[in-house]
Write a protein that binds this ligand. Sequence first.
Ligand code: 13P
Length: 250
Amino acid sequence: MRQKLVVANWKMHGNLASNKQLLEAYIANLSALKNVGVVVCVPYPYLGQAQSMLQHTNIAWGAQNLSKDPVGPFTGEVSAAMLKDFGASYVIIGHSERATAYCESDENIATKFVQAQAQGLTPILCVGETLIEREAGVMEMVVGKQLDTILNTYGAAVFANAIVSYEPIWAIGTGLAASAEQAQSMHEFIRGKVAALDKSAAASLKILYGGSVNPQNAVQLLVMQDIDGGLIGKCSLNAQEFEKICLTAA
Ligand code: 13P
């Protein structure tokens, strides 16, 4: 049985004072929760704050990106080892808000994935299709291709220590979440694709759903067989809403 996992993606929100309040509320609301993992992915500058506030709690923390290179003259980049220095255990990779705006290729994303694992970080790999691709019925082909770059280069076993997050681009920040059936169907496809190469990696792989998850729709989504949790944007900035989603997962 895969334990559910709820990951907050704060994106580019917050400041020292507001983060302190929000993390205090997370700790107060979520510390006693059993049967669910909780992670918060913060902007780079606040990793130290997350570390000092969360280190003795059951809430883990991580970043929203990392460099594909381990070290070197790459101005503005942040390496996996630097994230580890601040106690991070997770890192989001290939989020569509980055992939489009910063032209991240599938190859770059695959390199980041193994860089993260090389330092003992768990990558949270985001995949998902655009609305046009869904309407054209090619969503599985699109998501399949996003996974193929990693599967073909590094094999399926790397998914034993990774998380995939299905985030249809049309559902992110729009208030229009995928239906539980749409999400389950894609999650089943993703697990099947890994299972075709490595059954045990597929069985342990956590596949999260992200895109306009809120306390209301979390109930339908999180009961689905292949939905192992959520990657939460907007609602993670509200302590009460985030708590409700975590409670539902638990
Ligand atoms: P929203 O929950 O705001 O739609 O964001 C989802 C997301 O992008 C999580 O990574």
